[in-house]
Design a binder for this molecule. Structure first.
Ligand SMILES: NC(=O)c1ccc[n+]([C@@H]2O[C@H](COP(=O)([O-])OP(=O)(O)OC[C@H]3O[C@@H](n4cnc5c(N)ncnc54)[C@H](O)[C@@H]3O)[C@@H](O)[C@H]2O)c1
Length: 319
C-alpha cells in the first residue's frame, strides 16, 4: 500500500493537463511521477515537457528557481498506477472528462493508498459528490480544477466533497501556493463551480446581444478584450464595484436600481443553436479559419499574450 512522502506527486493521465501539472509541480521542486494508460503517451508527454521547458527558459518565463534541466530531472514516467502512487503525497488525476472512467480510477487509487495521500481530480465540471461517493478515503479527496493553460493562468478551484476533511483542503491550498498557483476555496459544491458559472453568464449575455442584432460578433469580443477584460486581468468584479464609486456602499446606493433593471431585462437561457450559431461561426472563421493550423497558430499567440501578461502581473506585484 502506498504511503505518502514529502515531495513526490503522482500524475494519472499525461495529456494536456497532466503535462501542465507535471511542469508546475517540477517548478516547485517536487518529484513528479507521470502515468498514462497509453505508455507511448508518457514518452510523448516527457518529450513535450522537455521542449516546452527549454522554450520557456530561453524566453525567461520558466517558473521556479531551478533550471530547465534540474526541473526535467525531477520528472519520470511510470508503467503502472501502483508504481506512480508509491511514495507520493499528492495524486493529481487528469484522465478524460468521463464520470464512469474517473470513478473507476478513484476506486483503483482508493485501494492503493493509505490515510495520508491527497487524491485530487482535475475535473472541469463533475461534482465531487458524484466522483468520490463511497470511497474509503473520501476525507482525502478533493477537486483541484485548473484553468487552461495552467502554466500561464494560475487559478485553481478547490472543491471539496461534503466529507472532505478541512486538513485535505488546507494541504491542497498550501501545495498550490507552493507551486505558484492561485487557489480559491469553493466552500460548497455547485454545478459549474465558480469560474464556469461566471464564464457561462458572460457567454449567455454575449450570445443574446449578437442574436438580437444589438452588436456584431467581432464588436462583442472587443467589449471584453478592450473593455472589461483590461480591468479583470488585475481586479475582480467586486473590487471593480468598490473602486467605481466611493466604496461598495456608495456603489450599491448609486447603481443598485439600474443594475436590477438591466438584469430583469435578460431573457431566458439561449439555445446556442440555429441561425445565431451560423452567424457567430461565420464571423469567427473570417478572423480565424477553423482548420487545425490556423487554430493552433492563434492558440500559440494567445499563450504568448498570457505569458507576457503573467510577467507583467509578477512585476506589478513586486513593485
Ligand atoms: N483541457 C482543458 O482545457 C482543461 C482545463 C481544466 C481541466 N481539464 C480537465 O482535465 C482532465 C484532463 O483533460 P485533458 O485536456 O488533459 O485530456 P487529454 O485527453 O489531453 O488527456 C487525458 C489523458 O488521460 C489518459 N487516460 C485515459 N484513460 C486513462 C486511464 N484509465 N488511466 C490513465 N490515463 C488514462 C489518456 O491516454 C490521455 O493521455 C479532464 O477532466 C478535463 O475536464 C481540462
Amino acid at each position: 500500500m502506498a504511503s505518502s512522502a514529502a515531495g513526490v506527486v503522482a500524475i494519472v493521465g499525461s495529456g494536456l493537463i497532466g503535462q501542465s501539472w507535471g511542469m508546475l509541480f517540477a517548478s516547485g521542486g517536487f518529484k513528479v511521477k507521470l502515468y498514462d494508460i497509453e505508455q507511448q503517451q508518457v514518452t510523448k508527454a516527457l518529450e513535450n515537457i522537455r521542449k516546452e521547458m527549454k522554450l520557456l527558459e530561453q524566453a525567461g518565463s520558466l517558473k521556479g528557481s531551478l533550471s530547465a534541466e534540474e526541473q526535467l530531472s525531477l520528472i519520470r514516467g511510470c508503467a503502472s498506477v501502483e508504481e506512480a502512487v508509491e511514495g507520493a503525497m499528492h495524486i493529481q488525476e487528469c484522465v478524460p472528462e468521463n464520470l464512469e472512467l474517473k470513478r473507476k480510477i478513484f476506486a483503483q487509487l482508493d485501494r492503493a493508498v493509505d490515510d495520508t495521500i491527497v487524491l485530487s481530480s482535475s475535473t472541469s465540471c463533475l461534482l465531487p459528490s458524484q466522483l468520490f461517493a463511497g470511497l474509503a478515503h473520501v476525507k482525502q479527496c478533493i477537486v483541484a480544477h485548473p484553468v487552461n493553460p495552467p502554466y500561464y493562468v494560475p487559478l485553481v478551484e478547490l472543491v471539496p466533497h461534503p466529507e472532505t476533511s478541512p486538513a485535505t483542503v488546507d494541504r491542497t491550498h498550501a501545495l498550490m501556493q507552493k507551486i505558484g498557483q492561485s487557489p480559491i476555496r469553493v466552500l460548497k459544491e455547485i454545478d459549474g463551480f465558480a469560474l464556469n458559472r461566471l464564464q457561462f453568464a458572460i457567454i449567455s449575455e454575449a450570445w443574446r446581444l449578437v442574436q438580437e442584432g444589438i452588436v456584431s460578433p467581432s464588436d462583442l469580443d472587443l467589449v471584453m478584450s478592450d473593455g472589461l477584460g483590461m480591468r479583470y486581468a488585475f481586479i475582480g468584479p467586486l473590487e471593480t464595484m468598490h473602486l467605481n464609486a466611493e466604496g461598495m456602499l456608495s456603489y450599491c446606493d448609486r447603481y443598485r436600481e439600474s443594475i436590477k433593471r438591466v438584469l430583469k431585462s435578460f431573457g431566458p437561457v439561449p439555445e446556442f443553436s440555429g441561425p445565431t450559431v451560423e452567424k457567430v461561426n461565420q464571423a469567427m472563421c473570417v478572423k480565424i479559419p477553423d482548420d487545425p493550423e490556423h487554430l493552433a497558430a492563434r492558440r500559440k499567440w494567445r499563450d504568448e499574450c498570457l505569458m507576457s501578461l503573467a510577467r507583467l502581473k509578477r512585476q506589478m506585484q513586486s513593485q
